[in-house]
Design a protein around this ligand. Structure first.
Ligand code: F6R
Length: 278
């Protein structure tokens, strides 16, 4: 268990910025995110790492698994918390996010299984499960680095349109857009669970650092609205504009509708923080 004043100054950065880093393709974007995770993990082996699932994250996890194998990147002391899990899907079910995490990351690195946390979508009392998940995050001193993908309707986690900006972990009904987006994994739309437990927008905003990865043309429109549009609970990702330390990493296709690309490139080239990543 840790307390806020246990954190070294480097983890208490007060820089209030949302930065956008544009990479030529999804491989480069994913590699950069994996390096950010690796560097934070090396700086703080007790890192509390927030994880996301989905197609976008697969390359990041593949990179991290390779860094563990080839460079001995050490996960043994870190703790993980996933954003979400489907309601009614058991951890052993191949469609569960627990199963996804085992397959794409946990099996391939030396993380202690007891330190990996996902909400239990089959809990008898779902509200109690949500409250306990929030309490557990608090017990570990909060999340140091949260990885995020973005849904086609702008969700982060499963914070669907009209999620309150201060919402906490709770059960959320999935929108038709999300059900359609996630249906390939289930074979058809009618097999996709209708509800999920998700960290709230407020829970995500409390993480000390957020890194959102978006790749591919299909994310271009929602990404531009999220980064450059007005903050609205209709698009949960816009809430990240309120976050003190959020980095948005995108490939060229996902960046295609951003209007301030030159400015973002200039920042990336000139900010000393990014020297090691250029
Ligand atoms: C998954 C999650 C979602 C996904 C988002 C993008 O844990 O929290 O917000 O990150 O739906 O999914 P992909 O990467 O499949 O497009």
């Amino acid at each position: 268990m840790r307390f806020l004043n246990d954190f070294p100054a480097v983890f208490m950065s007060t820089t209030a910025v949302v930065e956008v880093i544009i990479q030529p393709n999804k491989e480069a974007a994913s590699a950069l995110v994996a390096r950010m995770v690796a560097n934070d993990l090396k700086a703080n082996p007790h890192l509390v790492l927030g994880l996301a699932t989905g197609a976008t994250m697969e390359l990041v996890y593949r990179r991290l698994a390779r860094m563990h194998k080839e460079d001995k990147l050490d996960f043994s002391l870190c703790t993980t918390f996933n954003l979400d899990e489907y309601v009614g899907v058991a951890p052993s079910d191949p469609h569960s996010y627990r199963h996804y995490m085992e397959r794409h990351l946990f099996q391939h690195v030396n993380v202690d299984p007891r330190n990996t946390h996902l909400p239990n979508g089959t809990a008898a009392d779902l509200d109690a499960e949500c409250r306990n998940y929030e309490a557990l995050i608090q017990r570990f001193g909060g999340i140091d680095l949260q990885l995020l993908g973005i849904g086609k309707a702008g969700h982060i986690g499963f914070n669907e349109p009209l999620s309150a900006l201060r919402s906490r972990t709770r059960v959320k009904a999935l929108t038709p857009t999300t059900i359609k987006q996630n249906s390939p994994l289930f074979g058809s739309e009618d097999k996709v669970p209708r509800r999920a437990i998700t960290m709230g927008v407020g829970t995500i905003l409390d993480c000390r650092r957020c890194v959102l990865l978006a790749t591919g043309e299909t994310k271009a429109e929602i990404l531009a609205k999220s980064v450059e549009g007005p903050i609205t609970s209709m698009i949960s990702a816009t809430a990240l504009q309120l976050h003190p330390r959020c980095t948005v990493v995108v490939d060229e296709p996902a960046a295609s509708l951003l209007t301030e690309k030159d400015y973002y490139r200039w920042i990336f080239q000139n900010e000393p923080e990014w020297e090691g990543y250029r």
